[in-house]
Design a protein around this ligand. Structure first.
Ligand code: 5GP
Ligand code: ZN
Length: 117
């Protein structure tokens, strides 16, 4: 069931518009409103799940779908030579929206390096 003050629940329901790319029984994919790369897709569960830290074994089919859909869409959007997949989780992971989402980032140029200490 949707959480009323959750922006991604509202996008999933269609009550808030987003650049939707794909939708099925489990997931919705759309363009990030503030893209950090030429391709920046978010893939979310339709049902509210607050973060990757709150999934259990029952979510395994959903987690597979999130990755498989995002990978297909990233390639369709032009990431033919690779992309980066990110899931920010909780305070330490600097998660901003507490509805599970997987970022797919890419573009023609090589992305900046991963985090370094
Ligand atoms: P987080 O930091 O939680 O992993 O990332 C949240 C992402 O959601 C950010 O990249 C942000 O730009 C994106 N975002 C936040 N609100 C909206 C919205 O209303 N629409 C869309 N399309 N993206 C959003
Ligand atoms: Zn939600």
């Amino acid at each position: 069931m949707a959480v009323t003050d959750c922006i991604f629940c509202r996008i999933a329901e269609g009550t808030i518009p987003a650049g939707k790319l794909y939708e099925d029984d489990l997931v919705v994919a759309f363009h990030d409103i503030h893209p950090a790369a030429p391709v920046h897709i978010l893939v979310i569960p339709k049902a509210h799940v607050s973060s990757l830290a709150s999934v259990d074994s029952g979510h395994e089919p959903l987690l597979g779908r999130l990755l498989a859909v995002g990978a297909r869409l990233a390639k369709e959007q032009g990431c033919s030579d690779g992309f980066r997949t990110i899931v920010n989780t909780g305070r330490v992971g600097r998660q901003e929206v507490y509805h599970l989402h997987v970022h797919f980032l890419g573009g023609p140029e090589v992305l900046p390096p991963m985090l370094k200490h």
